[in-house]
Design a protein around this ligand. Structure first.
Ligand SMILES: Cc1cc2nc3c(=O)[nH]c(=O)nc-3n(C[C@H](O)[C@H](O)[C@H](O)COP(=O)(O)OP(=O)(O)OC[C@H]3O[C@@H](n4cnc5c(N)ncnc54)[C@H](O)[C@@H]3O)c2cc1C
Length: 300
């Protein structure tokens, strides 16, 4: 397994933002991941780093990136998949097997660990739809547990492991059969939808900035409130969809936090609706970052 000291995380995140971390480990197997979790109980576990804003000031805790732990196997309609496997790759493998349910994953880079943590969804499908069970490492009990669907408490952009901090090792799904051409057509439509409405990864971003408020869309509210065109340093609200912040090249985490706060205030002033962030902020928070994050983070 590769372990790198003083690694700049910006080259590993889709936002292309993130300072130095003391230790970053890239385990190749679940067993290596487990031994790291025992050695570094406070480690932060990441997958594709596509839903995080990492502090430009760096991270003190060890980071574990799971994207080398990516085995999967089919047994009829059952697929067992490891935490670091990426959605688009597995989606394509399922299409080849004539198995439906993962078509929504084709257009964004999340790993299964990240997707199950936040119950990723799009195009009327969610990663929880055909979930059967998972093996997770319980940080509290310091052992591997098997969780059934009822243990996962899936809700919009949340799961039990997001609350407990437990680490997904592998998960099992039972997917329904479908004609391969129909699956491919749905995947093609999903890709086209994203091409028209979302920035590609060539324009660094971390997906939707805010969760959708109940029965509404964060993008619509931001657009109506005039957020398009707002910026802070190198961070800009994307000109074609106001729920995306793009990094024009030299954005810092402070630029992004400042802009997120401005976006929240703009919608709140106009509609009295409080937007809650979907992106997770990780790392060192000096005075201003700390102040902003306290104002931004999810309000109950
Ligand atoms: C262009 C773009 C489009 C996107 N579109 C969508 C979309 O349509 N729908 C959607 O839901 N999301 C979307 N996203 C966001 C993102 O891809 C998903 O949230 C994805 O699920 C995050 O996975 P990740 O591996 O990148 O997680 P990371 O960013 O690496 O981590 C996110 C969180 O998950 C935790 N985590 C990671 N691995 C594990 C593990 N093994 N066990 C427990 N916790 C873990 C981390 O600690 C962190 O809290 C998009 C992102 C981009 C950049």
């Amino acid at each position: 397994m590769e372990i790198i000291k003083e690694l700049e995380l910006k080259n590993h995140t889709t936002f292309k933002i993130g300072g130095k971390c003391r230790i970053v480990a890239f385990p190749d197997t679940k067993e290596e991941l487990l031994s790291l979790l025992k050695e570094y109980p406070d480690a932060i576990v990441l997958g594709s780093c596509s839903d995080v804003l990492i502090s430009s000031l760096g991270v003190i805790e060890p980071i574990i990136i799971t994207t080398n732990i990516k085995n999967f196997e089919f047994d009829k309609n059952i697929i067992k998949v490891e935490c670091g496997a990426k959605g688009p790759f597995i989606s394509k493998e399922c299409q080849l097997q004539g198995l439906s349910g993962f078509e929504f994953m084709i257009g964004f880079p999340g790993s299964f660990g990240g997707m199950l943590n936040m119950n990723a969804s799009a195009h009327n499908q969610a990663v929880s739809d055909y979930f059967k069970s998972a093996k997770v490492f319980s940080r509290k009990k310091k052992k591997v547990l098997e969780l059934k669907k009822s243990d996962m408490d899936f809700e919009y952009r949340c799961s039990s492991i997001a609350k407990t901090g437990d680490i997904l090792l592998e998960a099992e799904f039972e997917l329904p059969d479908k004609d391969r051409n129909e699956i491919q057509e749905l995947m093609d439509r999903n890709i086209e939808f994203r091409r028209l409405r979302q920035p590609s990864l060539a324009t660094p971003n971390a997906g939707s900035v805010f969760k959708n408020p109940e029965n509404d869309s964060a993008g619509r509210l931001l657009d109506m409130a005039g957020a398009k065109g707002m910026c802070s340093g190198g961070a800009n609200v994307w000109e074609r969809h106001a729920n995306f912040i793009v990094n024009s090249g030299d954005a810092t985490s402070l630029d992004v936090l400042t802009l997120i706060y401005k976006m929240i205030a703009t919608v709140n002033d106009k509609y009295r609706i409080r937007l809650n962030p979907e992106i997770k902020y990780i790392g060192i928070k000096e005075t201003e970052e700390y102040r902003l994050w306290e104002l931004i983070k999810t309000q109950k």
